[in-house]
Ligand binder design. Structure first.
Ligand code: SF4
Length: 360
């Protein structure tokens, strides 16, 4: 399969045990929906996100109770934790002290210079990065006055202003996002930013909507941006269980060959030649391969007439035949199995391939 040329010339930025930027991989993020001070509920949600393939998780930090929960949350999770703060530098200091692996705060919104310095020095001391999050809906007043409304130029200028504050303090572990809910605006802003900014770029379309509409909108917008090789990390924002955000992100990255740790399902659209109950089998296999953390391609096809040939790139696959299934690898049939056990046999083969991959 051909893959896009992904931009690798961004500065690698370390977030806990994950590196964002500088390589051909896009890190999947999500954000919790629980009250951060409710440690038990937050940790439970983060474990579900981890299980789904989330690589970095963000929590909101609106008050002292949330900031004080950070150390306990950190103790109980395995993936890096980003703490999201608006304005209040004291919360940023508490979050950093509490073990945040990255903070999201806009330095231009912190206020007095000594407050910005305090946050930057604390982040430097702990070796953690800062994400600047530009949002089309909350651009600085002077930029709205200059441009009239949120334009890609205004968004990039906002990002550059925040970056300059950090660079003037000799701080360079920066990640930048430029989110908008308008897909055109987001695409243009990210394209412009990629030309001007060498720091890793965090992609997102904000307020994109419900599971169905938001998935389509995010895939349209982020797909256009990813196809240009832009982006080192992303979050899909949905009005849904955040586990769904991770699933959509993985699927989107898989379609660009940018997820190193996920299996892909190829399934046929079905037609009059179909010999098996393909739709339920495809859904079952799709669910099963969610847990596979290896880049294996699995095919499920309705018939053997065109099936194996149509899915030649599959590492393993099954094609329906009358009363049985044909297991095939890279287009070659390896054996026949009775219909009742063909899905189980396929799963066993998938597990075997995954084991071989993990041992490598
Ligand atoms: Fe039709 Fe067979 Fe192709 Fe599926 S694999 S679309 S059933 S010809």
């Amino acid at each position: 399969m051909s893959t896009i040329t992904h931009r690798k010339d961004t500065r690698p930025v370390r977030v806990g045990n994950v590196v964002i930027g500088g390589k051909d991989e896009v890190i999947i993020q999500s954000m919790t929906t629980t009250k951060t001070h409710d440690v038990e509920a937050t940790v439970k949600e983060i474990h579900r996100l981890e299980e789904a393939g989330c690589q970095v998780v963000r929590v909101a930090c609106p008050d002292d109770r949330a900031a004080e929960a950070i150390p306990e949350i950190k103790k109980q999770i395995n993936i890096p934790l980003v703490v999201d703060i608006h304005f209040d530098y004291r919360l940023a200091l508490k979050a950093i002290e509490g073990g945040a692996d990255k903070i999201r705060i806009n330095p231009g919104n912190i206020g007095k210079r000594e407050r910005v310095e305090a946050v930057v020095n604390a982040a430097k001391a702990k070796g953690i990065p800062i994400r600047i999050g530009v949002n089309a809906g909350s651009l600085e007043r002077h930029l709205i006055e200059k441009y009239g409304y949120p334009t890609p130029e205004a968004m990039v200028e906002s990002a550059l202003e925040h970056i300059k504050i950090l660079e003037d303090l000799d701080f360079h572990d920066i990640v930048v996002s430029l989110k908008a809910s308008d897909v055109h605006l987001a695409i243009k802003a990210y394209e412009m930013a990629a030309k001007e900014i060498q720091y890793p770029i965090h992609l997102g379309i904000t307020e994109s909507g419900t599971l169905f509409a938001g998935t389509v909108k995010s895939a349209a917008g982020l797909g256009a941006i990813l196809s240009k090789g832009i982006g080192s990390t992303l979050r899909i924002s949905l009005s849904a269980d955040p586990v769904e955000e991770v699933k959509v992100a993985r699927e989107l990255l898989k379609s660009f060959g940018l997820a190193a740790n996920a299996a892909t399902l190829i399934s046929c659209p079905t037609c009059g030649r179909i010999e098996i109950d393909l739709i339920s089998i495809a859904n079952d296999v799709e669910e099963y391969i969610q847990k596979i953390k290896a880049p294996i391609k699995v095919a499920v096809l309705g018939c053997a007439v065109n099936g194996p040939g149509e899915a030649r790139e599959a590492d393993i696959g099954i094609a329906g035949a009358r009363g049985e299934g044909l297991l095939f690898r890279h287009g070659e049939i390896i054996r026949k199995v009775p219909e009742e056990i063909m899905v189980d046999e396929l799963k066993k083969e998938v597990d075997k391939l995954a084991e071989e991959h993990y041992k490598k």
